[in-house]
Design a binder for this molecule. Sequence first.
Ligand code: M6R
Length: 367
Amino acid sequence: EKGGYDHFMLKEIHEQPNAYRNTMLGRIDESGRKVVFPGLNLSDEKIRSINSIHVIACGTAYHAGLVGGAAIERLVRIPVSFDVASEYRYRSPLITPETLVIVVSQSGETADTLAALREAHANGAHVLAITNVVGSSIARDADDVIATLAGPEIAVASTKAYTSQLIAFYLFALYMAQARGTQTEEEVAHIVAAMQALPEQVESMLENSDAIKAYAEQISTHEHLFFIGRGLDYAVAQEGSLKLKEISYIHSEAYAAGELKHGTLALIEEGIPVIALATQESVLEKTVSNIKEVKARGADVMAITHEEHVAGLLKSVDQAFAIPKTLPLLTPALSVVPLQLLAYYASLARGNDVDKPRNLAKSVTVE
Ligand code: M6R
């Protein structure tokens, strides 16, 4: 049942290339220049009337929402807000019929997310669900569903569902951009082509996981560590940190790299591991400054970056791990993979039950 892998989590990490392919299947027309969503109720006219988007989810699905919502904001230029589902109803959100609410849930059964969806509905919003289970409660209640075709996810730690959610979001952002004319056909084709290259890029990373495994063993003896990054790297840092906490029980925190000096820097001491995501070129120099801040306080820094920046970064970090190159917006679909493997191997090194971490359930049906 685990297909030759020791754990479901590792199997599911390795299923990602196909999950990406399946989630794109039938949603890109033959020319490769247009995204299509057969069966979506949302008309182009309705898409043009939307003036705000609320992205709501829990845990890892929320982290996918952070990346996905950023993609929509960048490509479609509509303001997007983000809520963890358990907070949404209680902040009296501004919901109108021009609000598009996007709920994200692997299981489609998360109680908080379902309650948020109902709140949005009661206030007249159009609700789109991105889910992995088409027969789920959330899918049934939503006005529209985009299925992530990741296949069943068994491990409590979500991996292929997260990355499939990213793919679904990227496609939907392009779809909205087409309807609103915010991206040209050329621009859409350019992004689509980069997306189609992702599965093979993930495969190449999975074939070269030894360095991450060794690093995981190195950090497995620590009790505290930090993930830092800016922009989309910060969103991925949050997912990497959750994954690590969930299955290795190592305490970690994800910080926007520029925010450290506003308090958290006080926690940096000799030898503490800091994982710096440094893939977003537009803020790379700033990230490097933040890396130097932690290095100066004795941190042991591992950077995740692109090959072309490894040599430069090695002047300021202790080790660097290179990931394949794609568009900055799509990079989370690659940069999260080493972090999944890191959590997996750290959990393994600590002798934990990787697939069934303590205190947690796969599907959280209580508020
Ligand atoms: O089924 P859902 O996507 O709604 O679940 C949301 C979270 O409970 C889930 O992502 C949780 O954070 C994972 N165990 C993280 O790996």
